[in-house]
Ligand binder design. Sequence first.
Ligand code: HSE
Length: 308
Amino acid sequence: MKKSVTVRVPATSANCGPGFDSLGLALTLYNEFTFTIFDNKFGFFLDVEGEGKDSFHPSGRNMAFASFLAVWNKITNRQRIGIHVKMKNQVPKSRGLGSSSTAIVAGVTAASILSGANLSHDEILQEANKLEGHPDNVAPAIYGGFTISFQENGVAHTLRTIPKMPLQFVAVVPDMQLSTHLAREAIPKEISHSDAVFNASRTALLTAALLEDRPELLQYALEDKLHQPYRAKLIPGLPEVFAAGEAAGAYKCIISGSGSTLLAYASPEKDGDVIGRAMVDAFAQCGQKSVYHILQLDTEGTKIWETE
Ligand code: HSE
C-alpha cells in the first residue's frame, strides 16, 4: 500500500465575469499537499507553510482531511488510520481564488491514490463537486485550462478547453477576506429577463472570443449583471481599481470567483507590473492594502508530484 502522496492543485478563478457558477479557469498559483497515512498512530496531524499558515487546524472539519476521509471511508469501509498533511500554500484564503477547492481536490485525489481506488478525473470531479457545491471552481482545479461546467440532478458536467487567445492575468488580492456564503447572500434570488439576456449573450460571446482569439470583444464579453453589481458593495474601491487596471492597459477587470480578489485580463504584451501597481495604488487610495500576482493560465490541473 502507498503511504504518502504529494498533490499540487492550481488556484482557480470562477465565473470569468458573466459565467456565474459555470465558467472557470486555472491559474499558475499553487497549493501543494503531502498526505501521509499511518496504521499505527491515529488522529489528524498538520503542518502548514505559506498563505494562511496559522489559520488551519488539524481536525475532521479541515477541508483537506474531510475530503480525504469522504473518499477513504467509502473505498476502505472506514479502515482506521492516522493522517498527516503538510501544506505549502501560495493561494490566499477566502479571496475568490479557489483555496478551498485546492484542499478538496487534493484530499479526494490523495485518498483515491492511497486507497488504491485510482479514480478517473470524472469520478474525482463528482466527489469534489459534492463537497464544494460549485463545479466552476473544482473543474479547472482538476483539469487546468478553461472550463464550462454545469450540474444536473447532482451530477457535474464539464467541458475543458484551452483558449486560443494568449492572456496574462493580474490578480490583485486585498487584505480583506470575503466569505463565499456572504457574497452569495448579496445576490438577489430573482433577476429580470433583460439581465438574463445580457448575461446569456456575454457568456456565449466570452467563450467564442477566447476560443477564436478576438481580444477586442473582451470589453463586452467580460461584463456581468448577475453577481458583480451586487458584490461590488462588499469590496470597497472596486470601481476605482477596475478603472485603474483598464487605464493601465488591461482589456477588462472582473471579480475573481466570489471575491475579494480583482482580476485583470490583459495581453501578455502589456506590462503586468504596470497594471498591478496601478490597481494596488487605487486600492490604497481607498484605504485598502493589497498585493498583486502576475499569472498565466495553468493548463496542467492537478499534478501528482511524487508517491512512495
Ligand atoms: N460561482 C461561485 C460564486 C464561485 O461566485 O459564488 C465561488 O465558489
